[in-house]
Design a protein around this ligand. Structure first.
Ligand SMILES: Cc1cc2nc3c(=O)[nH]c(=O)nc-3n(C[C@H](O)[C@H](O)[C@H](O)COP(=O)(O)O)c2cc1C
Length: 189
């Protein structure tokens, strides 16, 4: 069993990371896991140079460039924990850059002859831990969990995708400790 913690909590004393660490203690106990500290990694989004390399690799189905390392690691994980705060109703840009590389065709998913997505991932579960300073107002789309869920369902066909979430942490008078505990209790597996 391979466990992967994609840690995109950027702040020291991150509340999101506190929930994630408590989740790990409950779900994985003393089991080994790999951790990626996204904020400290040298991840670059695909650009006019790397997209040529990417497209060439996909066309040749040859993925030996380091560009594909994070996608290979992701594809091999059985149980994935991802943690990130809500930033601008989405995820931190660095996590988006990471996910762009993870979404490498031929490594984490492929396209069949009939145009459907086929998963190349082993993961049976993905848990996304997040916190937000306020609520998500009515009429505003969620581009944080909604985005991760879309990739998990459409590309990677992960059977169990769960969301552990505490909101309104930055509101005046918020009982932050109670909110963090309640988020964790809602997914005590
Ligand atoms: C750059 C930035 C953007 C943010 N955008 C939002 C937002 O769109 N909606 C919201 O409710 N809170 C927003 N917040 C507040 C954070 O989501 C909130 O403080 C969260 O709990 C931070 O998590 P952390 O303690 O793990 O760093 C933002 C904070 C920062 C620093």
């Amino acid at each position: 069993m391979t466990r992967l913690f994609v840690n995109a909590c950027m702040r020291e004393d991150s509340r999101t990371e506190r929930i994630a660490r408590a989740w790990i203690e409950r779900a994985w106990g003393a089991d080994r896991y790999e951790e990626l500290r996204i904020g400290e990694m040298d991840i670059r989004p695909l650009d006019s140079r790397s997209i040529a390399l990417y497209n060439d690799a996909v066309a040749r189905a040859t993925y030996d460039d380091a560009l594909f390392d994070v996608a290979k690691q992701f594809a091999a994980a059985d149980d994935i924990l991802m943690a990130a705060p809500v930033w601008n109703y989405g995820i931190p840009a660095k996590l988006h850059d990471y996910l762009e590389l993870v979404c490498s065709q031929g490594v984490t998913f492929d396209i069949t002859d009939t145009g459907e997505y086929a998963s190349l991932c082993r993961a049976q579960r993905l848990t996304f831990v997040s916190t937000a300073g306020g609520p998500i107002p009515a009429g505003v789309d969620d581009h944080a969990f909604g985005y991760v869920r879309t990739l998990s369902n459409a590309f990677w066909h992960i059977p169990e995708v769960q969301f552990v979430y505490a909101e309104s942490l930055d509101m005046l008078g918020a009982d932050v400790e109670a909110k963090l505990l309640a988020a964790l209790e809602s997914h005590a597996s």
